[in-house]
Design a protein around this ligand. Structure first.
Ligand code: ZN
Length: 285
């Protein structure tokens, strides 16, 4: 599932390649799934121009010049692809936007094999309002030691769960959360009440560090993810502890624990739990 760095990379591509393009036509390829209403397409999208793109947690928001935005949630297998007209059909196309700018035509294709992805047309006021649903964004200046510590203490759960709760921290998923905890030498099952200010500060730096690395590598392409141009990212070659067999710091064998159903990797030596009985394979929430 695309996390912050993957969505950031796609948004960066849209801002680089699609500003000023006018939307001439929207084709709903799989009409029976009713992604958008034809009335909304006609009144809010057709003939509008793309003025900017932004990332909202893990959503891609395409702002138009008419106070409306198209928001894409890629979910498990969604892709947004920029294609020349006449480019062979992509697998699992759902929505195709025909675009034009200074006599140059392009297609923006939303493809989604498993159909969990979502597209919405929202008014700018709805976009502003929806920002309240998301927690601290790790790419903003509000993501500082004080705010992060307060967010950690605001929920009784494991630190791994906290990092993945979009209402607390926006944009982090399983892989980057797992690697950030390894980098900060914190056991993923540690209860938020046990996290010290020093640990929170180190974890903050680790979260920023793994996300910046992910962005520099243009995301993780293990299954479906590709960028706007159909190119794969390379961060899957740079995981720290996720899906690793041995720790690169101490050569210890990596262990896994299921937290909220997600496989979480950790090094028992570098990330010990205060309660030694928990340094074994366990299931926690
Ligand atoms: Zn280790």
């Amino acid at each position: 599932m695309p996390e912050l760095p993957e969505v950031h990379t796609i948004v960066q591509g849209i801002n680089k390649s699609l500003l000023g393009y006018k939307i001439l036509e929207v084709r709903d390829i799989k009409k029976k799934y009713n992604l958008l209403s034809q009335e909304d397409i006609d009144s809010k999208v057709i003939n509008a121009t793309i003025v900017s793109a932004e990332r909202l947690a893990k959503q891609i928001v395409l702002n138009l010049d008419n106070q409306h935005s198209l928001s894409f949630h890629l979910a498990m297998t969604g892709k947004l692809l920029l294609r020349e007209p006449g480019h062979p059909q992509d697998k699992a196309e759902r929505l195709v936007l025909n675009l034009i700018y200074q006599n140059g035509a392009r297609e923006l294709r939303f493809c989604d094999t498993r159909l969990f992805g979502k597209v919405k047309i929202l008014h700018s006021q709805e976009i502003e309002k929806s920002k309240n649903n998301f927690g601290l964004d790790p790419t903003t200046k509000e993501f500082n030691s004080k705010n992060f510590y307060n967010v950690i203490k605001s929920k009784n759960t494991s630190i791994k769960n906290l990092l993945m709760d979009q209402r607390k921290i926006a944009g982090l998923g399983n892989i980057y959360a797992t690697d950030a905890l390894w980098l900060a030498n914190i056991n993923p099952t540690t209860h938020t009440s046990q996290i010290t200010k020093e640990q929170a500060s180190k974890l903050l730096d680790s979260v920023i560090s793994v996300l910046n690395e992910g962005i520099a590598h243009r995301g993780i392409s293990m299954r479906d993810y590709v960028d706007l141009y159909g190119e794969k990212g390379s961060h899957q070659n740079h995981f720290k502890v996720y899906q690793q067999s041995h720790c690169s710091r101490c050569q210890c064998e990596i262990q896994t624990v299921r937290i909220n159903g997600r496989a979480t990797y950790f090094c028992p030596l570098c990330q010990p739990h205060k309660d030694k009985t928990l340094n074994k394979k366990i299931s926690v929430n």
